[in-house]
Design a protein. Structure first.
Length: 757
C-alpha cells in the first residue's frame, strides 16, 4: 500500500503518468519552474483553442472584405462594409456544417433594413427614438431561442448603434450608398463564415473533443480531492459545490461537442472522434458513481490510506486525460496507455479489518471499500479504452454512433414555437425585452441632453452589452465593461495620437474585431478592451472623430452612464430565479424518473437492442442537462437580493440527492451490462420492477410532500451478502433499495423547495 501510494503521488507531480503541474492539481505545491511551465502550457492551449481559431477567421474575413470593397468602391464604402461585417459576426461560432448559412440569415435580413432606417431618421429625433425602442424590444425577444437567438439580438442592435456612429448623411443617396456597402460587406462575410466553418470542421471536431476531455479532467481532480481531503463539513460543502458547478459546465460542453462531433460521422476519422465522445459520456457516469459509499468508508480509520490511494489514482488519470487532450490538440499520436490497472480492490480486502456494525443490514465496511476501489478501477479502464480509441487500437461502436447522431444533435432549423410560447407576463424573454427597450429609451434621452449628444451611440452600446437576462450576468458584465473601457481608451488614445495611416488603422480594427469576437464567451474583460479600441478607431475611420482627448474622456463618461442605466434597469421587471424554480424542479423530477425507468429496464439485457440503449442515453443526457440548468439558476440567484432568492438550502439538497440517484442508477446499470454473468436475472425481475414503480411514484411531479418523511416499506427486501463478488445479486438489490430511498428524499426536497415562502 505504501509503495502504491508513493508511486501515485509521484505520478501526480513528476512522472510521465501525470502531465499537469502540481499547482494545478491542488494536492502538491509546485516549484516556480512548474508554475512557469504551467503558464506556458495554458498560453499554448489558449492560442490553439477553437475560440481563438474562430476569432482569427473573423479577423481575416473582415480584412479580406474591407480590402476588396476598398479596392472596388473606395474608403467610404470600405468603412461601411466593415460595419456590415462586424454586425453579422456575433452568430459566427464553431458549429455543425449543416444550417450554418441559415443561422446567419436572420441577422443579415433584419440588420440591413434597420441600418437603412436608422440612417434615414438621423434628423428626426422622435422617429429615431421610436425605431430604437421598438426594434430593441423585438431584438431582445431573440432570447426565446436561447443560445442561438442571443447573438442575433446583438447583431440587430449593432446594426442600429453603428449606424448612429457615422456622421449624419447629407442626402438620401448617401444613405442608400452606405446601406448597399453595409449589405455587401455583411453578405460577403456570411459567405466567408460559412465556407470557413466548413473548411475548419475537422479541426473544430478535434478541439470540441479536447475541450470535453479537459472538462472531465478538471472534474476528476476535484473528485480526487474529495477522496483525499479530511472529512470536515465546511471543506466537503465547498467541494460539493465545486463538483456541481463542474458537472453543469461539463454538461454544456458535452452538448456543444455532440452538435459538432455527432454530425454525419461518415468517415473513419469522424467515427473515431464520435466514438471517443461516447466513451467520455460513459466515463462521466463512472466518475459520478465513484462518490457512492465514500462517507461510510471514510468513517473507518483503517481505510484512510486506501482513500488516499484512490484519490491519487484519480488525479493521475486526470493527468493521462490531459496528456491525451494535448496530443490531439497538437495533431500528435497520443502516448500509449501502458499503466496496468492498480490492484485497488485487493488492497481494500487486505487492509486491516474494520469493526462491523452489529445488527446492520449494510455489508461490512471492508466490502464497501472493495466496491469503491473497483469503481475507481472502472474509471481506469475507461481511460485505457479512450486512449486505445485515439490510437486506433480499438474500433468505435459504429452502429451506436451512426444511429445516435441525429438524436443527440441540436436542431439547426428555426422554429416559431419559442416565439409563440413567450407571450406570458412571467416569461423571462418577454420581461427582458421590455426591460431592454425601457433602458434603451432612457439611454437615448440621456444622450440627447448631454453636451456630447452626437456620440450617444456609446451609451446605447454599453447598455446592450451590459444588460443581461439576470442580475448576476449584468453585474459581471458591468465590472468588466468599466475596466475594459478604461484600458481600451488608453490603448486607443495612444493609437490615435500616433496619426497612423488609414491602412494601419484598418489592421488595428481587424485585430480588435478578432480578439473581441474570440473572447466574447470566454473572458469578457478582454473583449471589452478590444471592442473599445475597435469602436474608437472605427468611428475615426467613419469620419466621426473629433479631438482625441475629448473622445477618450467622453467614452469613459458614456460608459459610466451606460453601465449605470443598465444596472438600474436590471431591477425593472426582474425575472428572479425563484420564478423559474417550479419549472426547473419539475423538469428535474421528470428527467430523473425517465432515466430510472430506462436504466432499470431488464428487457434490453435479454435482447441487445440499440434503440433501447439510445433511449437510455437520451434520458441520461436530459437528466444531466436538467441538473445543469438548476445549478446555473442557483449560482445566478446568489447575486440577487436575499429577499427574493429561492430556497437555496432545499435546492442544494435536491441537487445532492439527484446526483446520488444518478450515481446509484449508474452503478446498477454497470452491473446489469457488464456483470450480468454474476447476477440472477430471474431473481432480479421482481425487485427491478418494484424499484421502478417506487421511484416513478416518488418523482411524480404532482406529488411533492414537503412535510412527509421518506418511507422504506416498499423497497426490495435485502438479501444476504456473500463474502466475495461471485454473486452480485445482493449488491444490486442494495443499490435498488438505496435508489428508492434517495428518490423519496428527493421528493421531500422538491416539496420543500416549492413550498410558498
Amino acid at each position: 500500500m505504501a509503495r502504491e501510494a508513493a508511486r501515485l503521488r509521484a505520478g501526480c507531480s513528476k512522472t510521465r503518468r501525470c502531465r499537469v503541474a502540481p499547482a494545478s492539481c491542488g494536492l502538491i505545491a509546485g516549484s516556480p519552474d512548474d508554475d512557469v511551465k504551467e503558464h506556458l502550457r495554458t498560453a499554448r492551449r489558449i492560442a490553439l483553442s477553437s475560440y481563438v481559431a474562430n476569432g482569427l477567421v473573423t479577423a481575416l474575413g473582415l480584412l479580406l472584405v474591407s480590402t476588396v470593397v476598398h479596392l472596388l468602391f473606395g474608403p467610404a464604402a470600405a468603412a461601411a462594409a466593415t460595419v456590415g461585417v462586424i454586425v453579422v459576426t456575433p452568430p459566427d461560432q464553431p458549429a455543425p456544417r449543416k444550417g450554418k448559412f441559415t443561422h446567419f440569415l436572420p441577422a443579415l435580413l433584419i440588420a440591413i433594413p434597420l441600418f437603412f432606417a436608422t440612417g434615414m431618421l438621423r434628423h428626426s429625433t422622435v422617429e429615431l427614438g421610436t425605431l430604437l425602442v421598438g426594434a430593441t424590444f423585438v431584438a431582445f425577444l431573440g432570447a426565446a431561442w436561447g443560445k442561438r437567438g442571443l447573438p442575433i439580438s446583438v447583431s440587430i442592435m449593432f446594426a442600429m448603434i453603428f449606424a448612429l456612429a457615422a456622421p449624419p448623411a447629407e442626402s438620401t443617396r448617401e444613405v442608400i450608398d452606405a446601406t448597399l456597402a453595409f449589405a455587401l460587406g455583411a453578405f460577403l462575410y456570411v459567405l466567408w463564415g460559412t465556407a470557413a466553418n466548413t473548411l475548419l470542421n475537422p479541426r473544430y471536431r478535434v478541439l470540441a473533443l479536447v475541450d470535453s476531455l479537459r472538462a472531465v479532467a478538471n472534474l476528476m481532480r476535484t473528485q480526487g480531492m474529495h477522496f483525499i481531503l479530511p472529512a470536515q463539513e465546511q471543506q466537503r460543502t465547498a467541494l460539493m459545490g465545486r463538483l456541481m458547478k463542474q458537472q453543469a459546465a461539463l454538461a454544456d460542453q458535452l452538448q456543444s461537442a455532440r452538435n459538432i462531433l455527432l454530425e454525419t460521422p461518415t468517415t473513419p476519422r469522424r467515427l473515431q472522434l464520435a466514438g471517443m465522445l461516447l466513451q467520455v459520456l460513459d466515463m462521466r457516469d463512472h466518475l459520478v458513481a465513484c462518490a457512492l459509499d465514500i462517507d461510510v468508508v471514510r468513517a473507518v480509520p483503517q481505510h484512510q490510506e486506501l482513500l488516499r490511494v484512490l484519490g491519487l489514482e484519480i488525479q493521475a488519470l486526470a493527468g493521462d486525460l490531459e496528456a491525451l487532450a494535448d496530443a490531439l490538440m497538437l495533431g500528435r499520436e497520443p502516448p500509449d496507455f501502458v499503466h496496468p490497472r492498480p490492484a485497488l480492490a485487493l488492497a481494500a480486502v487486505t487492509a486491516p479489518p474494520a469493526p462491523e456494525l452489529a445488527g446492520s443490514d449494510e455489508p461490512p465496511p471492508r466490502q464497501l471499500a472493495g466496491a469503491l476501489a473497483r469503481r475507481v478501477g472502472y474509471v481506469h479502464d475507461e481511460v485505457a479504452r479512450l486512449v486505445a480509441l485515439a490510437r486506433g487500437a480499438r474500433a468505435p461502436d459504429a452502429e451506436v454512433v451512426r444511429t445516435a447522431w441525429q438524436l443527440f444533435v441540436s436542431p439547426t432549423k428555426w422554429s416559431w414555437r419559442p416565439f409563440l410560447s413567450l407571450w406570458r407576463w412571467d416569461a423571462p424573454p418577454l420581461r427582458h425585452a421590455l426591460r431592454a427597450a425601457l433602458a434603451i429609451a432612457a439611454g437615448y434621452l440621456v444622450g440627447l441632453v448631454l453636451p456630447w449628444g452626437s456620440h450617444e451611440y456609446w451609451i446605447l452600446l454599453t447598455i446592450v452589452v451590459v444588460l443581461r437576462g439576470s442580475l448576476a450576468q449584468t453585474l459581471e458584465r458591468r465590472n468588466s465593461r468599466v475596466a475594459g473601457t478604461l484600458l481600451g481608451c488608453v490603448i486607443a488614445g495612444a493609437i490615435l495620437y500616433a496619426h497612423l495611416p488609414a491602412t494601419v488603422l484598418l489592421l488595428v480594427v481587424t485585430a480588435g474585431q478578432g480578439i473581441a469576437h474570440a473572447f466574447a464567451l470566454q473572458r469578457y474583460l478582454v473583449t471589452a478592451v478590444a471592442a473599445t479600441v475597435l469602436a474608437l478607431v472605427q468611428a475615426h475611420l467613419l469620419g466621426a472623430a473629433g479631438s482625441p482627448v475629448f473622445q477618450l474622456a467622453e467614452r469613459v463618461m458614456d460608459t459610466l452612464i451606460g453601465v449605470a442605466i443598465a444596472w438600474s434597469f436590471s431591477y425593472v421587471l426582474p425575472s428572479w430565479e425563484r420564478t423559474q424554480v417550479r419549472s426547473l424542479v419539475a423538469r428535474t423530477l421528470t428527467a430523473q424518473a425517465r432515466h430510472a425507468q430506462l436504466a432499470l429496464a431488464l428487457g434490453q439485457l435479454r435482447e441487445l437492442d440499440t434503440k433501447a440503449e439510445l433511449a437510455w442515453r437520451l434520458a441520461r443526457r436530459e437528466a444531466y442537462d436538467s441538473l445543469s440548468a438548476l445549478v446555473q439558476a442557483i449560482q445566478r440567484s446568489l447575486s440577487e437580493p436575499r429577499a427574493v432568492r429561492p430556497p437555496l438550502a432545499e435546492l442544494e439538497r435536491m441537487l445532492a440527492h439527484s446526483y446520488q440517484l444518478l450515481a446509484q442508477l449508474t452503478a446498477i446499470k454497470t452491473m446489469l451490462l457488464q456483470r450480468r454473468d454474476r447476477l440472477d436475472l430471474d431473481q432480479l425481475q421482481g425487485p427491478l420492477e418494484d424499484a421502478t414503480r417506487a421511484i416513478s411514484a416518488a418523482l411524480a411531479t404532482d406529488a411533492p410532500r414537503p412535510d412527509a418523511a421518506p418511507a422504506h416499506e416498499e423497497a426490495p427486501p435485502m438479501l444476504e451478502f456473500p463474502d466475495g463478488e461471485h454473486d452480485l445479486t445482493p449488491w444490486l438489490v442494495r443499490r435498488l433499495r438505496l435508489a428508492v430511498g434517495i428518490a423519496r428524499e428527493l421528493q421531500v426536497d422538491a416539496g420543500r423547495a416549492l413550498r410558498p415562502a
